[in-house]
Design a protein around this ligand. Sequence first.
Ligand code: ATP
Length: 265
Amino acid sequence: MSDKYVTVGSPNSADPKITADGVSVFYGDKQAIFDVSLDIGKNEVIAFIGPSGCGKSTFLRTINRMNDTIDTCRVSGKMLLEGQDIYGAKVDPVELRARVGMVFQKPNPFPKSIYENVAYGPKIHGLARNRIELDEMVESSLQKAGLWNEVKDRLHTPGIGLSGGQQQRLCIARTIAVNPEVILMDEPCSALDPIATARIEELIAELSSNYTIVVVTHSMQQAARISNRTAYFHLGKLIEVDDTNTVFTSPGHKLTEDYITGRFG
Ligand SMILES: Nc1ncnc2c1ncn2[C@@H]1O[C@H](COP(=O)(O)OP(=O)(O)OP(=O)(O)O)[C@@H](O)[C@H]1O
C-alpha cells in the first residue's frame, strides 16, 4: 500500500466532538499512524478494530495526549476537541486528561481505598468545596459506574480487594468523577470474564447518553454490540469507518471485508 489513501465510508460527522485532521504518529523513525482524518460525533460510541499492531491504541492515545509520556513518540497533524487543538501550546495535558478520561485494558485501581480511588481526581482538580460535596461526587460516580450497591458498605476497604470486573467499574467511576466529556477505553474487557464483560457493555450503553466513548476492541462481536460507528485500521491507516451495521454487513473495502470474515488478522 502506498502512503496516500482515501478512507472509505463516512469519516465525517455532522456534530463532531473530536476531529482528527491528517494525524500521523511516529515512534522514533517508525511511523505507526498514517495521515488519519476522522470526526467522532458527540455522544457517539465508536469502536476501533483491526489486526494486532495496526495502531488502534496508538491512535486512541493521541486523543488525550497519553503518547506524550513516551519519549520517542511524535504526533503530527491536528487533533481537535470541540474545535480546540489539543496539542496547542496553551493546553495543559493534565486538564485535557480530565476532559478526555481513559480506562485501560487491565483494571488499575490505585493502592488506596475504594473511596479514595474515586475521590482522588476531584481532590487534585479542586472540584469539591468540602467533605459533603466530595462524598456526593464519590457516590454519584459509583452510581453511574453501576458499582454503588456493591461497595457502599465497604468504601474504606482497598480497591484492589474487588473482583476484576468490579475493579474495572471502579476505574470507570474514577474516570467519571472528574466530569469528563470523552471516555477512551483501551480493550476494557479483555481481562474480564463474560459476565463482567456483559456488565461493562451494559454500562457503556448507559454512559453513552452523557459521554462520547471511544473503545478499542479485539472482539468484533463486542464492537457490533456496543458501537454506533466502527473504524477499521490496517497497518496504521484508517481504511474504513461507517455505521457499525454497514461495516459488518456491507463493508466498502476489501481489507475490512477480509478482516470481518476472518480471512485476515
Ligand atoms: N512505545 C512504543 N515504542 C515503539 N513502537 C511502538 C510503541 N507502542 C506501539 N508501537 C508500535 O506501533 C505500532 C502500533 O501499535 P499499537 O499498540 O498502537 O497497535 P494496536 O492495534 O493497538 O495493537 P494491539 O491490538 O496488539 O494492542 C506497532 O507496530 C507497535 O509495535
